[in-house]
Design a protein around this ligand. Sequence first.
Ligand code: IPE
Ligand code: IPE
Ligand code: MG
Length: 228
Amino acid sequence: MSESNFPKHIAIIMDGNGRWAKERGLKRTAGHEEGAKVVRNITIHCAKLGVKYLTLYAFSTENWSRPKLEVEYLMKLLEKYLKNELETFLKNNIRFKAIGDLSKFSKSLQNTIKEIGEKTANNSGLTQVLALNYGSKDEILRAIRKLNERNLEVNEKNFESCLDTAGFSEVDLLIRTSGEIRLSNYLLWQNAYAEMFFTSTLWPDFSTNELDYIIDDFNKRQRRFGGV
Ligand code: IPE
Ligand code: IPE
Ligand code: MG
């Protein structure tokens, strides 16, 4: 793989857990459980490749509209995942961060998110970012409120400093699994010049081999940013 074009920031819309389970005659929750394992494999792989930011869409502002039991299951899975992951994060020099409006979560989940963030804050390899109760429209509105509160002039730099992704580099490569070709309210501002890749693979079947293939494809693209 050529280094020159290497994606520094990869964002993934991890979609298709429910369909993966349905295909196997399992409950949707089994798909989420399997999906969480894939998160670990892909994260470690990205850390080894030298990716700096891996931003994963785990729960959207719209996902609250799912059946209560599924939402409850996802909350429990999230907490379990984070507690289990600490060891992986420390072993692989991974820093953990969350974006989204975390105030809607239980105190216990909020504390776990905070704790894992603090315990990994000094790691200098990959930053794994989980988008939790994240919606791009919500993030943009919260950023505008912050701009006003801080009395800042409206320009790109100040606006970006008020986004949840402040300090991260822009998204280079956006991947969505499961065959859906839409953004579903994900990183609308940050994806302004991202290269996009849509695969029909369901998230629990997504592999490090497929990611390597996608990164190779990314490396062959010519990013023009409006130039010639
Ligand atoms: C993505 O898989 C995971 C979350 C949104 C939490 P889905 O649960 O959306 O799976 P499908 O799209 O129904 O197959
Ligand atoms: C997007 O997937 C959100 C996450 C992956 C967390 P959805 O399955 O919720 O998106 P839609 O409803 O198909 O657009
Ligand atoms: Mg879906």
